[in-house]
Design a protein. Sequence first.
Length: 557
Amino acid sequence: MLKLNRVRHLRTTYKRCLSGQSQLQLNSTDAEPAYPEIQDLSFKARKQKDAANWHEEIRQVPTVEEKMIKINMPRYYGFKVVDFNDSKIPYNALPLTQHYTRTVLEDLPSETDKKAQAKDSEQEQEQPSVDGLFKAARGDVIDALEFAHDYYKHLEKQHNSAESNPVERERILTQIIVEQLNRALLQSLSEEYKHLDELDVDYNPRHEAFWAVGGVDPPKNVQKSKKGREWQKDMANESVDRMVQYTGAPYLALRHRKQLTPWKTEAESENLELSKQLPRFKHDPRTLGYSTKHQHATNVPGYWPKGNENNFGLLSFQSRAHLQIRPKSFGEQDQLEALHSLAIKSSYAWLLAQANYNGFNTYNELTYPMNTQTVITNGREWSFYEYQLNTLLLHGTNVAENPRVNFCRGTKPLPLYAEISASGKCVDFNDNALRHLLNFYANAPSIQRSIGEQQPYVASDVSAYENAEQRDFINKTFKYLASNRPRHLELPEIYLWEKLYKIDNNNRAMEAKRRFFELDINPWQRTLDTHDKEYVPRAVRPDVPKNKNRFKKTYYP
């Protein structure tokens, strides 16, 4: 009887619900049903969604230091990166460099064309003319060149530098020349160009940058690994992302608190058709001669994130001494392309490192363009370049879908002088090369943004954290990663006899399985926070139960 009453009660309740629902539908005939979005549950779609969520997590991290730690979180032993540097440029490296930096290369316009462009765009500023200061600066530059050569001869006699290699001798001489010319030009121009008094001068600074590049063919081991898995074998030949790490040390770098004025408009920077015309180098970079290494991702523009207001690059002087050891059979055209490649990757890396200190990175796009100027010289030959950074998104499908491109424009090598005579006098001084150099110094930064506009993805500063232990942990972890020191335990290695007798041929079946590959452990999957915590002695523990807080707390983002 109770069971029958319960059934009747359920029937009555169900009818009331149906009548209420039908009445609601009659009252709201205009309402459209809202269905949840149909999600793609395939393996590829899930991987893309996980990557997008990780990129969003990086953007949400409040401080610059923690963003860099967050990028390094997936790899305890560091990433496998393509080694970009300022001392090695293989043959035919320009297409790869343009692909890896998404850069369009143009010729540097003459001074007349620049003035016409500035007048047309209404960006011409009232500044003193370089022509009025040219005569005084010319004399100071010639004196600086003669002094630099005289000082170098003194060093040769004192240290017997003739026994050193030609690359090192050129670096020493060029370092002296660049420092003396910078001193002379700052003294000659600073009275008329007030921004030169506000510069920070870095001698042999550390420039490093990390980014990801898409559209590269997978290595053979990656293809073989994917073909061995049923859910990945269809994607075995699809392009992958390659991590790139640039390391360089220019002769000199000048920084200012304001930005240079962009010379490309936003409409010119967003050109999908132009981006499709960029060179694509899909092959493994090792086919050209680039090497790979394992290290943590680092972004260092020559200074630490906080405590420095001059955080925008104005001018850098790069070395071309490594061109002496390039085979002459490569030809003059490839040597010119090598200079272009060095200018592109050094300028891109320096601007990327500066952007990283403003909260941007290879996974979070720029919200405004950044510009710099680059000079490549051996003391006698000078090449002048201007670079504009518009985009940092080069990974994944951005190779084909990102409409933004970066721009670089430069000149062919120009001789500043022919030689220094036996009497120590400068012969055949080139006024045209000096004018280019003067224009770079006279190019005054004029854009100053608010903190919110300059750092839209930075919500806080590490020094603002009230927890002293947290501040100390973040600073130590960030600087340890930036130091590029290896881990105290080396990466596990598979020895050749193990590859032969245990992996390729199962000839030791009775031996105990203790090695990582026998226990199905992938050391590359070890994350940055997978380590033993630091033990806290009982005498210095806080006032809590004795069995708690035996280990120091970590503050990974």
